[in-house]
Write a protein of this length. Sequence first.
Length: 291
Amino acid sequence: MLVITTPTGQIGRQVVDGLLGRQEPIRVIVRDPSRLSPTVRDRVEVVQGSHRDPDVVGEAFAGADAVFWLVPPDPRAESVDAHVLDPTRSACEAITGHRVQRVVSVSTMGRGIGKNAGHLSAARAAEELMAGTGVRCRALRPPGFMENLLWQLDAIRNQGAFFWPHAGDRTFAIVATRDIAAKAVELLLDDAWTGQDAVPVVSPDALSLDGMAQIVSDVLRRPVRYQEIPVDAYRAAMVRHGASEAWAQGLADMAVAQNEGAYEEEHRTASPGPTGFRQWCEEVLRPAFPA
């Protein structure tokens, strides 16, 4: 039995899709089963509820051979650490109690982010909690998601620009969520690996944000530029868009760590996934771009 969390999220949904048609039975934790496609609902076992509920997690993990663990974001959370670590502690208890054999989790790329790096630090603390159970585990370590650009479609259309708190001329590590999901599927279906390890997942690109803007311009056939904004302005913008002060500060602290080179070492040594940024723009960004 394979248990998948966040089956309606951008990564978890693709993990489920990648597992359908395989021989392994699949169980999902989902708050609202109506958000699953009819095809998925007909082919998986559903445990209804939240991954934040220890009883739901315990029920879902009973009899599981392997688990895909991902804590989805919640911009309204009043504490980044509590949002990430509280459900992970419950998951660790269920993993131990039900003797789950293998776990594939989503952590984050980065060195030197043990504290004061916002969401990055919380993700790595969760990775350490999981490893502390002694379970066979692989922590996927992606950098920034290409899909984050989809949040800026209005700015691209109306201002001809997208905005982040990073220098435009520095290489910025990115990855398509499809490549994270594909690696998770590969590991979930392979019961031969042992021990505990981290698996960096990156794109084959070495692009700056200015270089990304040029590709976006080419694919959308309209001029698009990248504009760096101050970290404080970025944090304030997140609050204006509904994020809690704690969540926005976590994003700001993460941006500072990224600017200080948190991704650089693992990015240089990681084996790249198949999806390049131009391909992603052609297959995902352009169809999503409003006319």
